[in-house]
Design a protein around this ligand. Structure first.
Ligand code: GDG
Length: 456
């Protein structure tokens, strides 16, 4: 019987923050099994050590990042080195020694705090790119617990890894986990390629990698959403989320405003669609894009670019009674969002790189199966690996996206239904509850020893 579960994430979900599927699924596992959720508190708490927040049947322990840690560990190495690197934007990587030092030191401080609360039988589940050195730090502190990582973003290409200040340390960080969970089979292949290029690694038939005296299992666990909960949210949500100003026919886009989501490409493609295909048709692009990481320069630039583009396209095409792009640079409540998805004729996901993309799954689940809208999905989103019946597009090719918009808005009902049914099956197979159960079963099954089959 495994011990308690300790979940570690960069941020701990706090009261009032809208709970997404992942937070709810982890919360459910913790409630069932007992354990601790540890993460940084966004704006509160003493400067040192862990402090208890909220009352749940499990413990919630938060810590505070100092200003310097926030700048170097969070904005710096996490979001100005690892994020662009993993999303094939090496041109945006900001290599600064203080970023790398802050990242390593903050992870070390967190590991020391975790070591004070972890018991020998506890299993530790670490989330995402902010915390890659954590298992290695915990091993240094003498912890022998089962420790798993789930990486929510793409695994970088081998060639890009040499941009890092210390690529061998990166491989060692990862090899210190028992289980490396990735979004897709393509991510798994890239991760194994990294280990294959490392003379310290050896391979076992079951896909495990021996690295020094440790064994690490690498496997994909495509993440999903809480299907039933989101479906009932969409079915019961405000029937008129637009408050009487509902466009007659619209395409929806929902993204944190991030340069990885291909938003300028999407806006240009919609402009091209209006120019070349729309005729007398007057669809709207409703784009919800709440701000994100605004203090990082690359995010400031893309915000300006989108304002300029939406202004230009609207200026060119708008009529007195029609605004082609409704660009909303603010968050929208989740229940309203579900209703907006449901009324849309199509959804555009144009990511240039994306770990999975939950918006694609939310859109599909929110549809009325008898009269569903069409998902236009980037080949470079992890979701495309299994949702092959969406209209798959190359997000770099504006003409390809424009054509897909035309196809989606003219698609016959029988084809829409068939595609929706197939996409829905893919979404149901990755329900976030199943995802959590499968990940934790795989972590539990990790050998933790080296008594495994013969070397390849
Ligand atoms: C990372 C990876 C991976 C967005 N705007 C509003 C709002 N949202 C919600 C969406 C969706 C979520 O945010 C975004 O999830 P994504 O998966 O699309 O993208 P990231 O934030 O980049 O997430 C990604 C994910 O982790 C999980 O592993 O899929 O690849 O990059 O749920 O609905 N929600 C509300 N108002 C908004 O305005 N309420």
């Amino acid at each position: 019987m495994p011990g308690r579960l300790i979940v570690v994430s960069n941020r701990i979900p706090t009261e009032g923050a809208s709970a997404g599927g992942l937070a709810v699924a982890l919360h459910d596992s913790l409630r069932e099994r007992g354990g601790i959720w540890i993460g940084a508190h966004p704006d509160d708490g003493p400067e040192e050590g862990l402090f208890e927040i909220g009352s749940e049947p499990y413990q919630r322990l938060a810590f505070r990042l100092s200003r310097a840690e926030y700048d170097s560990y969070y904005l710096g190495f996490s979001n100005s080195v690892l994020w662009p690197l993993c999303h094939r934007r090496s041109d945006l990587v900001q290599l600064r020694p203080d970023y790398a030092e802050g990242y390593v030191a903050t992870n070390r401080r967190l590991a020391e705090m975790i070591a004070t609360v972890a018991e020998p039988e506890d299993q530790i589940w670490v989330h995402d790119y902010h915390l890659l050195p954590l298992a290695s730090d915990l091993r240094d502190l003498g912890l022998d617990n089962k420790i798993g990582l789930f990486l929510h973003i793409p695994f970088p290409a081998l060639a890009d890894l040499s941009i890092l200040p210390d690529p061998p340390a990166f491989a060692l960080w990862l090899a210190s986990f028992d289980l490396l969970g990735l979004q897709t089979r393509a991510d798994t292949a890239r991760c194994l390629e990294m280990f294959r290029s490392d003379p310290r690694a050896e391979f076992f038939q079951d896909g495990s990698v021996k690295f020094g005296d440790r064994l690490v299992r690498v496997k994909s666990f495509p993440i999903g959403i809480a299907v039933d909960a989101f479906r009932s949210l969409a079915e019961t949500s405000d029937s008129d989320p637009f408050g009487g100003e509902r466009p007659q026919e619209y395409i929806i886009g929902v993204d944190r405003l991030d340069y990885t989501k291909g938003l300028p490409h999407r806006f240009r493609a919609f402009g091209e669609y209006l120019q070349r295909y729309a005729g007398t048709r007057r669809p709207c692009l409703v784009q919800v894009a709440p701000p994100s990481r605004e203090v990082v320069e690359a995010y400031r630039q893309i915000t300006e670019e989108l304002e300029e583009l939406s202004g230009r396209i609207n200026g060119q095409h708008a009529e007195l009674d029609w605004t082609p792009i409704r660009y909303i640079h603010r968050p929208i409540a989740r229940n309203r969002l579900a209703g907006v998805y449901r009324g849309a004729r199509a959804c555009m996901v144009t990511s240039l790189a994306d770990g999975m993309n939950l918006v694609a799954k939310e859109f599909v689940v929110a549809q009325d199966p008898d009269d569903p809208g069409v998902l236009i999905l980037s080949r470079f989103a992890g979701a495309a690996e299994d949702m092959t019946d969406a209209l798959l597009i190359n997000p770099y090719d504006v003409g390809d996206i424009a054509q897909a918009i035309d196809r989606a808005l003219n698609m016959p009902l029988h084809e829409r239904r068939e595609r929706h049914r197939a996409c829905m099956a893919a979404v149901e197979a990755t329900d976030v509850g199943t995802w959590t159960t499968q990940y934790l079963a795989a972590l539990d099954a990790c050998a933790g020893t080296l008594s495994v089959p013969t070397l390849l």
